[in-house]
Design a protein around this ligand. Structure first.
Ligand code: SF4
Ligand code: SF4
Ligand SMILES: [Zn+2]
Length: 269
């Protein structure tokens, strides 16, 4: 009898099978293998970011750290936010992409004016109530560390849909025309945006004010930020060590509470 067993279900593995992987091919065992990989990777990144940021704090003259943050560093252990990273390059925002976006807006504008909500894709129906101020600030700091990985999905539509424009137009006077709407959006085009990402993703983040942004963009929290939010809600501490990762590599790091944000690693890997 073979001395080898699947590390999850304990079923016997042949020598060759075990040399290939300590897990058998059953889906449940393959899932266990992935979970273990994710947990190990998380542990490794957590240890790495703590070491990097502790070093940064140790070598930064105390007077250069905001006093509130200094106090928090003394009395609480930090939360760790593991996040994705936007590694796209900044590039000139070309006329073609701008026009594609404006064509999209024109199309949705006509749908609103003709009360035709299902003619084009609806991304989100309803705006969620805003988060409490401190919580919104902390999650905003996490997103600032990541630099907008999710905005790559905005392409040349920026998630502008029927419910978004219906709300926006309802807040404007009756004489607000299609041209006014296109001019409004055009005023916010950044000079440079991230390659193949949303047309409004500029070097300092989204250039659209919240009341002009789509419902999807105003509601969206990625899974990593949801996990971080869950941890924020579980503890009193808001001191955070944040790390934005591309595959297995740390790309950006930051230290923050809701009041102070210090970007530590900002160069691309
Ligand atoms: S929601 Fe997630 S992916 Fe989007 S900017 Fe924030 S951390 Fe990054
Ligand atoms: S409109 Fe702003 S928040 Fe929405 S996808 Fe584009 S850059 Fe991101
Ligand atoms: Zn198994």
């Amino acid at each position: 009898m073979s001395p080898y067993q699947c590390a999850h279900c304990k079923e016997t593995l042949s020598f060759i099978e075990q040399a290939r992987s300590p897990y058998c091919e059953k889906p449940i065992c393959q899932r266990a293998k992935v979970q273990l990989y994710v947990a190990e990777n998380k542990q490794r990144l957590t240890a790495q970011v703590i070491a990097e940021l502790e070093k940064f704090i140790k070598h930064t003259p105390t007077r250069k750290l905001p006093s509130r943050l200094r106090k928090e560093l003394k009395k609480t252990s930090p939360l760790i936010a593991l996040l994705p990273a936007n590694t796209n390059q900044l590039t000139e925002l070309g006329q073609k992409r701008k026009l594609e976006f404006l064509r999209h807006v024109s199309m949705i504008y006509k749908d609103v004016k003709t009360h035709n909500p299902s003619a084009n894709r609806v991304y989100s129906e309803q705006l969620e109530p805003p988060l409490p101020k401190n919580e919104a600030q902390l999650l905003g700091n996490a997103c600032a560390t990541c630099m907008g990985y999710c905005c790559r999905l905005g392409q040349t539509h920026a998630f502008v849909d029927y419910p978004t424009l219906k709300n926006l137009l309802a807040s404007k006077p009756a004489e607000f025309s299609e041209k006014d709407l296109l001019d409004l959006y055009s005023d916010y085009f950044p000079k440079q945006s991230y390659q193949n990402s949303c047309v409004f993703q500029g070097n300092k983040g989204c250039t659209l004010p919240r009341d002009v942004r789509s419902i999807t963009c105003n509601n969206f929290l990625c899974d990593e930020v949801k996990k971080y939010r869950h941890e924020v809600l579980q503890t009193d501490s808001e001191l955070t060590f944040a790390v934005a990762v591309d595959k297995k590599t740390i790309v950006f790091t930051s230290v923050y509470s809701h009041e102070n944000f210090i970007r530590v690693k900002e160069k691309k890997a």
